[in-house]
Design a protein around this ligand. Sequence first.
Ligand SMILES: [Zn+2]
Length: 330
Amino acid sequence: MKLAIKEAWKYQLLTYPNPAVGATVVKNNQVLSVEAHKESGSSHAEVLALKEAFLIEYPHSELKNIIDSKEIHEFLALNHNGFFRNCEIYVTLEPCNHIGKTPACAMLLETIRIQKVYIGTMDPNESASGGYERLKNANINVELNILKEQTDKLLYPFLKYQSGHFIFFKMAMREDKSITGGYITTQDSLNLVHNIRTKIDLMVIGGNTVRTDRPTLDSRFSVLKKSSDILIFSSKNNFDKSIPLFEIPNRKVTISSSLDLVKEKHFVMIEGGYNLFSKITETIDYMMIFVSHKIKYNEFNSIEFLGFKKEYSYYLNDYDEVVFLKKIND
Ligand SMILES: [Zn+2]
Protein backbone atom coordinates (compact mmCIF):
# COMPACT_ATOMS: atom_id res chain seq x y z
CA MET A 1 0.00 0.00 0.00
CA LYS A 2 2.90 2.30 0.71
CA LEU A 3 4.12 1.83 -2.86
CA ALA A 4 0.64 2.55 -4.22
CA ILE A 5 0.38 5.73 -2.16
CA LYS A 6 3.80 6.91 -3.29
CA GLU A 7 2.97 6.36 -6.95
CA ALA A 8 -0.39 8.12 -6.66
CA TRP A 9 1.12 11.29 -5.19
CA LYS A 10 3.15 11.78 -8.37
CA TYR A 11 -0.11 12.49 -10.18
CA GLN A 12 -1.77 14.51 -7.44
CA LEU A 13 -3.80 17.38 -9.00
CA LEU A 14 -3.20 16.00 -12.51
CA THR A 15 -6.14 13.57 -12.27
CA TYR A 16 -8.76 16.32 -11.87
CA PRO A 17 -11.74 15.89 -11.75
CA ASN A 18 -10.87 12.35 -10.61
CA PRO A 19 -9.05 11.45 -7.39
CA ALA A 20 -5.37 10.48 -7.30
CA VAL A 21 -5.31 6.68 -6.87
CA GLY A 22 -2.53 4.11 -6.76
CA ALA A 23 -2.50 0.30 -6.96
CA THR A 24 0.03 -2.48 -6.35
CA VAL A 25 -0.27 -6.10 -7.49
CA VAL A 26 1.48 -8.79 -5.46
CA LYS A 27 1.91 -12.48 -6.29
CA ASN A 28 3.65 -15.01 -4.02
CA ASN A 29 4.89 -12.15 -1.84
CA GLN A 30 6.51 -10.45 -4.81
CA VAL A 31 5.52 -7.03 -6.08
CA LEU A 32 4.64 -7.38 -9.75
CA SER A 33 3.46 -3.86 -10.51
CA VAL A 34 2.83 -0.43 -9.03
CA GLU A 35 0.67 1.98 -10.99
CA ALA A 36 -1.39 5.16 -10.60
CA HIS A 37 -4.29 6.83 -12.34
CA LYS A 38 -2.69 9.54 -14.46
CA GLU A 39 -5.47 11.64 -15.93
CA SER A 40 -9.20 11.75 -16.34
CA GLY A 41 -10.46 9.56 -19.17
CA SER A 42 -7.48 7.21 -19.05
CA SER A 43 -7.20 3.86 -17.27
CA HIS A 44 -7.75 3.60 -13.54
CA ALA A 45 -4.83 2.57 -11.32
CA GLU A 46 -6.13 -0.98 -10.81
CA VAL A 47 -6.41 -1.61 -14.55
CA LEU A 48 -2.88 -0.39 -15.23
CA ALA A 49 -1.47 -2.44 -12.34
CA LEU A 50 -3.28 -5.60 -13.50
CA LYS A 51 -2.06 -5.03 -17.04
CA GLU A 52 1.56 -4.61 -15.94
CA ALA A 53 1.37 -7.66 -13.68
CA PHE A 54 -0.03 -9.80 -16.51
CA LEU A 55 2.73 -8.62 -18.85
CA ILE A 56 5.40 -9.80 -16.42
CA GLU A 57 4.11 -13.34 -16.85
CA TYR A 58 3.28 -12.91 -20.56
CA PRO A 59 5.70 -10.27 -21.91
CA HIS A 60 4.82 -11.00 -25.54
CA SER A 61 1.07 -10.79 -25.07
CA GLU A 62 -0.75 -8.43 -27.45
CA LEU A 63 -1.98 -6.68 -24.27
CA LYS A 64 1.30 -4.78 -24.43
CA ASN A 65 -0.03 -2.68 -27.30
CA ILE A 66 -3.47 -2.03 -25.82
CA ILE A 67 -3.83 1.44 -24.33
CA ASP A 68 -7.59 2.02 -24.28
CA SER A 69 -9.01 1.22 -20.85
CA LYS A 70 -12.14 -0.51 -22.14
CA GLU A 71 -10.00 -2.73 -24.37
CA ILE A 72 -7.67 -3.63 -21.48
CA HIS A 73 -10.73 -4.62 -19.43
CA GLU A 74 -12.04 -6.77 -22.28
CA PHE A 75 -8.69 -8.39 -22.91
CA LEU A 76 -8.09 -9.31 -19.27
CA ALA A 77 -11.65 -10.54 -18.81
CA LEU A 78 -11.24 -12.94 -21.75
CA ASN A 79 -7.59 -13.95 -21.41
CA HIS A 80 -6.71 -13.91 -17.70
CA ASN A 81 -6.50 -17.68 -17.76
CA GLY A 82 -6.55 -17.94 -13.95
CA PHE A 83 -3.39 -15.85 -13.67
CA PHE A 84 -4.83 -13.57 -10.98
CA ARG A 85 -6.15 -16.36 -8.74
CA ASN A 86 -3.16 -16.06 -6.45
CA CYS A 87 -2.62 -12.33 -6.93
CA GLU A 88 -3.49 -9.70 -4.38
CA ILE A 89 -4.12 -6.05 -5.16
CA TYR A 90 -3.68 -3.04 -2.90
CA VAL A 91 -5.72 0.01 -3.94
CA THR A 92 -5.63 3.38 -2.16
CA LEU A 93 -9.33 3.94 -2.94
CA GLU A 94 -12.27 1.51 -3.12
CA PRO A 95 -12.45 0.12 -6.68
CA CYS A 96 -15.16 1.89 -8.67
CA ASN A 97 -18.42 0.13 -9.39
CA HIS A 98 -19.95 2.33 -12.06
CA ILE A 99 -19.41 2.37 -15.76
CA GLY A 100 -18.30 5.90 -16.59
CA LYS A 101 -15.63 6.89 -19.10
CA THR A 102 -14.12 3.47 -18.33
CA PRO A 103 -15.73 0.14 -17.24
CA ALA A 104 -16.02 -0.66 -13.50
CA CYS A 105 -12.84 -1.90 -11.83
CA ALA A 106 -14.78 -3.94 -9.24
CA MET A 107 -16.39 -5.88 -12.09
CA LEU A 108 -13.00 -6.63 -13.62
CA LEU A 109 -11.55 -7.79 -10.27
CA GLU A 110 -14.57 -10.07 -9.89
CA THR A 111 -14.26 -11.47 -13.41
CA ILE A 112 -10.57 -12.30 -13.12
CA ARG A 113 -11.14 -13.81 -9.65
CA ILE A 114 -8.41 -11.89 -7.85
CA GLN A 115 -7.45 -13.59 -4.59
CA LYS A 116 -7.66 -10.61 -2.29
CA VAL A 117 -8.26 -6.85 -2.40
CA TYR A 118 -6.81 -4.45 0.18
CA ILE A 119 -8.52 -1.05 0.21
CA GLY A 120 -7.22 2.17 1.80
CA THR A 121 -10.20 4.53 1.81
CA MET A 122 -13.84 3.81 0.94
CA ASP A 123 -15.17 5.89 -1.95
CA PRO A 124 -17.27 8.74 -0.57
CA ASN A 125 -18.63 9.47 -4.05
CA GLU A 126 -22.06 7.77 -4.15
CA SER A 127 -22.16 7.22 -7.88
CA ALA A 128 -18.82 5.35 -7.95
CA SER A 129 -19.01 3.50 -4.63
CA GLY A 130 -20.32 -0.04 -4.12
CA GLY A 131 -17.13 -1.77 -5.26
CA TYR A 132 -16.59 -3.27 -1.83
CA GLU A 133 -20.14 -4.66 -1.75
CA ARG A 134 -19.76 -6.12 -5.19
CA LEU A 135 -16.51 -7.89 -4.30
CA LYS A 136 -17.92 -9.19 -1.02
CA ASN A 137 -20.99 -10.54 -2.81
CA ALA A 138 -18.68 -12.29 -5.27
CA ASN A 139 -16.92 -13.99 -2.32
CA ILE A 140 -13.67 -12.16 -2.89
CA ASN A 141 -11.60 -11.58 0.22
CA VAL A 142 -11.46 -7.83 0.99
CA GLU A 143 -9.68 -5.99 3.77
CA LEU A 144 -10.48 -2.34 4.48
CA ASN A 145 -8.77 0.72 5.98
CA ILE A 146 -5.21 -0.25 5.07
CA LEU A 147 -3.04 2.79 5.98
CA LYS A 148 -6.27 4.78 5.86
CA GLU A 149 -4.80 7.90 7.41
CA GLN A 150 -2.37 8.15 4.49
CA THR A 151 -4.85 7.21 1.76
CA ASP A 152 -7.29 9.81 3.15
CA LYS A 153 -4.66 12.50 2.64
CA LEU A 154 -4.36 11.51 -0.98
CA LEU A 155 -8.09 11.98 -1.43
CA TYR A 156 -8.45 15.43 0.13
CA PRO A 157 -8.13 17.60 -3.02
CA PHE A 158 -10.73 15.41 -4.76
CA LEU A 159 -13.19 15.83 -1.88
CA LYS A 160 -12.71 19.60 -2.05
CA TYR A 161 -13.32 19.92 -5.77
CA GLN A 162 -16.27 17.55 -5.48
CA SER A 163 -17.81 19.74 -2.82
CA GLY A 164 -17.41 22.90 -4.91
CA HIS A 165 -13.94 24.42 -4.94
CA PHE A 166 -10.36 23.44 -4.51
CA ILE A 167 -8.05 26.43 -4.35
CA PHE A 168 -4.34 25.88 -4.00
CA PHE A 169 -1.35 28.15 -3.80
CA LYS A 170 1.74 27.24 -5.80
CA MET A 171 5.11 28.62 -4.87
CA ALA A 172 8.74 27.89 -5.71
CA MET A 173 11.53 28.55 -3.24
CA ARG A 174 15.10 27.71 -2.48
CA GLU A 175 16.21 25.87 0.60
CA ASP A 176 17.00 29.20 2.25
CA LYS A 177 13.38 30.26 1.48
CA SER A 178 14.45 32.89 -1.05
CA ILE A 179 12.12 33.26 -4.02
CA THR A 180 13.52 36.05 -6.20
CA GLY A 181 16.26 36.11 -8.80
CA GLY A 182 15.38 33.99 -11.82
CA TYR A 183 14.51 30.32 -12.15
CA ILE A 184 14.48 28.50 -8.86
CA THR A 185 13.79 24.87 -9.68
CA THR A 186 14.78 22.55 -12.51
CA GLN A 187 12.95 21.70 -15.73
CA ASP A 188 11.23 18.73 -14.03
CA SER A 189 9.36 21.09 -11.75
CA LEU A 190 8.45 23.38 -14.65
CA ASN A 191 7.07 20.41 -16.58
CA LEU A 192 4.87 19.40 -13.67
CA VAL A 193 3.62 22.95 -13.14
CA HIS A 194 2.82 23.31 -16.84
CA ASN A 195 0.93 20.01 -16.84
CA ILE A 196 -1.12 21.11 -13.85
CA ARG A 197 -1.86 24.44 -15.59
CA THR A 198 -3.64 22.49 -18.34
CA LYS A 199 -6.04 21.01 -15.75
CA ILE A 200 -7.09 24.08 -13.78
CA ASP A 201 -10.11 26.32 -14.43
CA LEU A 202 -8.35 29.54 -13.46
CA MET A 203 -4.92 30.83 -12.54
CA VAL A 204 -4.59 33.75 -10.15
CA ILE A 205 -1.51 35.94 -10.11
CA GLY A 206 -0.58 39.17 -8.35
CA GLY A 207 -0.26 42.48 -10.19
CA ASN A 208 3.33 43.04 -9.08
CA THR A 209 4.49 39.75 -10.59
CA VAL A 210 2.96 40.73 -13.91
CA ARG A 211 4.63 44.15 -13.86
CA THR A 212 8.04 42.91 -12.71
CA ASP A 213 8.43 39.46 -14.29
CA ARG A 214 6.36 40.04 -17.44
CA PRO A 215 5.48 36.32 -17.50
CA THR A 216 3.84 34.25 -20.22
CA LEU A 217 2.12 31.78 -17.84
CA ASP A 218 1.38 29.33 -20.62
CA SER A 219 1.76 25.52 -20.71
CA ARG A 220 4.46 25.18 -23.35
CA PHE A 221 6.22 22.34 -21.50
CA SER A 222 3.01 20.28 -21.18
CA VAL A 223 1.62 17.67 -23.52
CA LEU A 224 -1.72 19.42 -23.97
CA LYS A 225 -0.42 23.02 -24.30
CA LYS A 226 -3.79 24.29 -23.06
CA SER A 227 -3.38 27.63 -21.32
CA SER A 228 -5.78 28.54 -18.54
CA ASP A 229 -7.70 31.76 -18.03
CA ILE A 230 -6.05 34.25 -15.73
CA LEU A 231 -7.17 36.55 -12.97
CA ILE A 232 -4.68 39.30 -12.23
CA PHE A 233 -5.42 40.20 -8.63
CA SER A 234 -4.74 43.92 -8.57
CA SER A 235 -6.43 47.16 -7.65
CA LYS A 236 -4.78 48.95 -10.58
CA ASN A 237 -5.30 48.35 -14.28
CA ASN A 238 -2.03 49.88 -15.49
CA PHE A 239 -0.56 46.87 -17.27
CA ASP A 240 1.56 46.93 -20.37
CA LYS A 241 -0.64 44.83 -22.68
CA SER A 242 2.39 43.74 -24.72
CA ILE A 243 3.36 41.42 -21.85
CA PRO A 244 3.27 37.87 -23.33
CA LEU A 245 0.52 36.58 -21.03
CA PHE A 246 -2.00 38.86 -22.78
CA GLU A 247 -1.14 37.37 -26.15
CA ILE A 248 -2.01 33.70 -25.58
CA PRO A 249 -4.87 32.68 -27.91
CA ASN A 250 -8.18 31.47 -26.38
CA ARG A 251 -7.29 32.85 -22.99
CA LYS A 252 -9.46 35.19 -20.97
CA VAL A 253 -7.54 37.61 -18.75
CA THR A 254 -9.49 39.38 -16.00
CA ILE A 255 -8.01 42.18 -13.91
CA SER A 256 -9.77 42.66 -10.60
CA SER A 257 -9.20 43.55 -6.97
CA SER A 258 -11.92 41.05 -6.02
CA LEU A 259 -11.61 37.28 -5.72
CA ASP A 260 -15.27 36.67 -6.62
CA LEU A 261 -14.26 34.94 -9.84
CA VAL A 262 -12.35 32.32 -7.83
CA LYS A 263 -15.57 31.24 -6.10
CA GLU A 264 -17.19 30.51 -9.47
CA LYS A 265 -14.50 27.95 -10.38
CA HIS A 266 -13.87 24.37 -9.18
CA PHE A 267 -10.13 24.09 -9.52
CA VAL A 268 -8.02 27.19 -9.02
CA MET A 269 -4.27 27.63 -8.84
CA ILE A 270 -2.79 30.75 -7.31
CA GLU A 271 0.83 31.37 -8.22
CA GLY A 272 2.89 33.82 -6.24
CA GLY A 273 5.24 34.64 -3.43
CA TYR A 274 4.99 35.55 0.26
CA ASN A 275 3.24 38.85 -0.43
CA LEU A 276 0.36 37.42 -2.38
CA PHE A 277 0.13 34.50 0.04
CA SER A 278 -0.31 36.79 3.03
CA LYS A 279 -2.98 38.81 1.21
CA ILE A 280 -5.18 35.86 0.31
CA THR A 281 -4.42 33.19 2.92
CA GLU A 282 -8.12 32.98 3.84
CA THR A 283 -9.08 31.86 0.34
CA ILE A 284 -6.56 29.00 0.16
CA ASP A 285 -7.27 25.31 0.97
CA TYR A 286 -3.94 23.84 0.08
CA MET A 287 -0.39 24.63 -0.95
CA MET A 288 2.03 23.04 -3.37
CA ILE A 289 5.58 24.19 -2.80
CA PHE A 290 8.51 23.38 -5.05
CA VAL A 291 11.66 23.49 -2.97
CA SER A 292 15.03 23.58 -4.67
CA HIS A 293 17.77 21.97 -2.56
CA LYS A 294 21.48 22.58 -2.81
CA ILE A 295 22.29 19.23 -1.28
CA LYS A 296 20.80 16.05 -2.75
CA TYR A 297 17.70 14.83 -0.90
CA ASN A 298 18.18 17.31 1.88
CA GLU A 299 15.09 17.31 4.01
CA PHE A 300 13.11 20.51 4.15
CA ASN A 301 11.13 20.34 7.34
CA SER A 302 11.18 23.92 8.42
CA ILE A 303 8.32 25.13 6.29
CA GLU A 304 6.09 27.32 8.36
CA PHE A 305 3.12 28.84 6.69
CA LEU A 306 0.80 29.97 9.40
CA GLY A 307 -2.37 27.88 9.47
CA PHE A 308 -1.00 25.15 7.18
CA LYS A 309 0.63 21.82 7.89
CA LYS A 310 2.62 19.47 5.72
CA GLU A 311 0.63 16.57 4.25
CA TYR A 312 3.21 14.90 2.07
CA SER A 313 6.39 15.54 0.12
CA TYR A 314 8.41 13.74 -2.51
CA TYR A 315 11.43 14.33 -4.71
CA LEU A 316 10.95 14.93 -8.45
CA ASN A 317 14.69 14.48 -8.96
CA ASP A 318 17.81 14.72 -6.77
CA TYR A 319 17.24 18.39 -5.94
CA ASP A 320 13.58 19.37 -6.43
CA GLU A 321 11.20 18.49 -3.62
CA VAL A 322 7.44 18.87 -3.99
CA VAL A 323 5.72 19.64 -0.70
CA PHE A 324 1.95 19.60 -0.15
CA LEU A 325 0.43 21.50 2.75
CA LYS A 326 -3.15 21.54 3.91
CA LYS A 327 -5.04 24.17 5.86
CA ILE A 328 -5.24 23.15 9.50
CA ASN A 329 -8.74 22.39 10.82
CA ASP A 330 -10.21 21.69 7.44
ZN1 LIG B 1 -12.01 2.15 -11.47
